[in-house]
Design a protein around this ligand. Structure first.
Ligand SMILES: C[S@@+](CC[C@H](N)C(=O)[O-])C[C@H]1O[C@@H](n2cnc3c(N)ncnc32)[C@H](O)[C@@H]1O
Length: 311
């Protein structure tokens, strides 16, 4: 009896350890192709789209926070960034490049609600296919597979450049800034939102912070996070930089997204029934990273940086 009990405890412990290793097993950045494969897989299984909708970015919550609809908060986020960056002052028909466009959530709003002529690019062929499928013919958006670090687009060919939460996937932040500013016409507008880590000047990362950051990098194929000031300097140091740059920290407006992104799974259990048991496992695997992200933003290790600049 005692032996059986011991055996059960050992088996449960082994299962728990294997489960923990599987939960924390990373999807490390190797090259832009590893990013493409991760997003291809996240697109083809439809889990993100069914739970979180057409936008793969955080929502904007006006304080005080009410348990909101995550999908609505994401749409709100796009309008807030358009307004803050001044993109809404560009005339209808302006050419906008959406760098790292996902499945086109922002691109479609920019085209439909602001009358822009939008080109969305992503490294993931499946995202580009899905973005194209989701876009009605009368919405002025096109989507192509392209590497943000090697834009096959001519200098000064856009009135505005938009990029939301793509920067952490870029191994070379200076090249990322240079390429976006290169294709922006002189006087054009740049609007960027990104996950940034805190500055380490005068306060190095603790061992625990380094562990959390490593998890956040390795789980979602990120080579590195820049700090808000670090990326601001990348913009300022670019040979294509022509005008002003301003930054802000929107952590307090976006942080509720992390809780909401988990609650969506409980609000919409039918999604897992429809997509099958594998989707439930995939959803479970994301929960520790989401909780760590929430912790990192709440404790100042991560910051939600927004940037506006003129070409
Ligand atoms: C977190 S998603 C954000 C998607 C979209 N901006 C949105 O808000 O819904 C990051 C996006 O960056 C894209 N991306 C990552 N690395 C890229 C690269 N080197 N070139 C182009 N796109 C890239 C991914 O394919 C994905 O579409």
């Amino acid at each position: 009896m005692k032996d059986n009990f011991l055996l059960i405890v050992v088996l449960i412990s082994i299962a728990a350890i294997v489960f923990l290793i599987w939960l924390l097993k990373g999807r490390k950045y190797e090259s832009s192709q590893s990013v493409a494969s991760s997003y291809d897989s996240w697109t083809n299984d439809f889990l993100l789209e069914k739970l979180w909708g057409e936008h793969i970015h955080l929502g904007f919550y006006k304080t005080p926070y009410k348990l909101n609809d995550f999908k609505k908060a994401k749409v709100e986020f796009v309008h807030e960034l358009v307004e803050w960056s001044g993109l809404n002052k560009l005339p209808k028909g302006s050419r906008i490049l959406d760098v790292g466009c996902g499945i086109g959530g922002s691109s479609r709003i920019l085209a439909r609600d602001y009358g822009f002529d939008v080109l969305g690019i992503s490294i993931s062929p499946s995202q580009i296919k899905r973005a194209t499928e989701l876009t009605p013919r009368d919405v002025n958006c096109k989507f192509v597979v392209m590497d943000a670090l090697d834009l096959k687009l001519s200098q000064g060919s856009f009135d505005g450049v938009w990029s939301v939460e793509a920067g952490p996937h870029m191994p070379d932040k200076q090249l990322f800034a240079d390429e976006m500013l290169r294709v922006l016409r002189p006087g054009g507008l740049l609007a960027i939102a990104d996950w940034n880590r805190r500055s380490v000047k005068g306060k190095p990362l603790s061992i625990f912070e380094r562990f959390i950051l490593n998890q956040l990098l390795n789980q979602w194929t990120h080579p590195e996070f820049s700090s808000i000031n670090g990326f601001k300097n990348n913009l300022l140091n670019s040979p294509y930089f022509g005008g002003s740059v301003e930054t802000s920290d929107w952590t307090k407006f976006t942080i509720h997204s992390w809780n909401d992104s988990i609650f969506e799974g409980f609000r919409r259990p039918g999604v897992f029934l429809k997509l099958g048991p594998n989707s439930l496992l995939k959803g479970l695997k994301e929960i520790p990273t989401i909780i760590m992200m929430r912790w990192a933003f709440a404790h100042g290790l991560m910051q939600f940086g927004v940037f506006k600049a003129r070409g």
